[in-house]
Design a protein around this ligand. Structure first.
Ligand SMILES: N[C@@H]1[C@@H](O)[C@H](O)[C@@H](COP(=O)(O)O)O[C@@H]1O
Length: 243
């Protein structure tokens, strides 16, 4: 595991974008596993800037996102498909047909998840998976207690995640209660993993996932067992780690 220390959110974003760019340059037809949330927004902005300068080409890239709220479609501004379109895909030359997000409008959970597993397998797996980190140690929407051996599945969001995500919705009642997410097994099968973490509010959980026991109670703790993980965290997020 490599840990890069970034000065702040902007520096973290630039470092993470550098790692993603290197992946695209080394393998132009790579499969990127992408994430939503506030953590990757700056990374995507940096990638867009480099694309606009002519330094990056997404035309052969495939992307597979981690998760989607069950019940929300692409036109809903809170859906993760909408987030990806507006924060990245609309601004670069990626072929939208090669961008995948679980189908939030498929109400048959089993079908939505098995379709998504098939897509991941068909695309040959993920070369580089970008991850943010939930305050309770969740990755994607794998909440504490999620079994490590799961692929894409439907989950019930925990109260703390609903609470954390309600800032994006008109009211707490509007936050969907379920989501489709790649499982820990799908994430761990990615060839490389890049985790971005910013802010003091993530400092305790970052320490826990790095130094604590590997347990489904803290889903991200499993990353200790992956052989190619890079963490880019800012000083505030790293503030609780031993020197
Ligand atoms: N499903 C997403 C996760 O993929 C993300 O990592 C997490 C942290 O979000 P943020 O980066 O906004 O702290 O939020 C959501 O729950």
């Amino acid at each position: 595991m490599i840990i890069y220390r970034a000065k702040n959110y902007q520096d973290m974003s630039r470092k993470a974008a550098n790692i993603i760019s290197a992946q695209i340059i080394m393998k132009p037809d790579c499969v990127l596993g992408l994430a939503t949330g506030s953590s990757p927004v700056g990374t995507y902005q940096q990638l867009i800037e480099w694309y606009k300068k002519g330094d990056l080409d997404f035309s052969h890239v495939t992307s597979i996102n981690l998760d989607e709220y069950k019940g929300l479609g692409p036109d809903n501004c809170q859906s993760y498909r909408y987030f990806m379109n507006t924060n990245l895909f609309d601004h670069v030359n990626i072929d939208k047909n090669r961008t995948f997000v679980p189908n939030g409008l498929e109400m048959d959970s089993e079908k939505a998840c098995s379709d998504y597993n098939q897509i991941i397998a068909r695309e040959g797996g993920i070369d580089l998976q970008l991850l943010g980190l939930g305050h309770n140690g969740h990755i994607g929407f794998n909440e504490p207690g999620a079994a490590f051996e799961k692929e894409t599945h439907c989950i019930d969001l925990t109260e703390s995640t609903i609470e954390a995500n309600k800032r994006f919705f008109a009211s707490e009642e509007d936050v969907p209660k379920q989501a489709y997410t790649m499982g820990i097994k799908s994430i761990m099968q990615a060839r490389k993993i890049l985790v971005i973490i910013s802010g003091e509010s993530k400092a305790d959980i970052l320490k826990e996932i790095l130094y604590g026991p590997i347990t489904p109670a803290i889903p991200a703790s499993i990353l200790q067992l992956h052989n190619d993980v890079t963490i880019v965290a800012d000083e505030a997020a790293l503030s609780k780690l031993p020197e």
